[in-house]
Design a protein around this ligand. Structure first.
Ligand code: FES
Length: 108
């Protein structure tokens, strides 16, 4: 049994010198939206959901990316609607959002 039912990590990595990274693709907005939705839904805490910042997860080509544990489910997202769907479907009901899955071969 895991401490959190779902633990979601958002890459917020910012690279300098013009290199692409999740921070250049609204990763912070996705993290903020998820955090506020989980709080509003009163899902935060042990036995519930934990939303964390992460550094580079080495899957930058699909950025912005987030990963849900213990399910090991990788997502890519574009806007608040995508985050809302991950919260409603996966983090509340345990149902994977197929349309937002990061393809398995996407790396750095
Ligand atoms: S910069 Fe986000 S996964 Fe590498």
């Amino acid at each position: 049994m895991s401490y959190y039912k779902h633990h979601i990590f958002f890459c917020l990595n910012q690279r300098d010198k013009g290199e692409d990274s999740c921070a250049q693709h609204a990763a912070q907005a996705g993290f903020d939206r998820c955090k506020s939705r989980i709080k509003a839904e009163r899902l935060a805490g042990p036995g519930g959901v934990r939303v964390n910042k992460a550094g580079c997860l080495d899957r930058c080509a699909g950025g912005p990316v987030a990963v849900v544990y213990p399910d090991e489910t990788w997502y890519t997202f574009v806007d608040e609607q995508d985050i809302d769907e991950i919260v409603e479907s996966h983090l509340k009901r345990g149902e994977v959002v197929e349309r937002l899955l990061l393809p398995p071969n996407v790396g750095r």
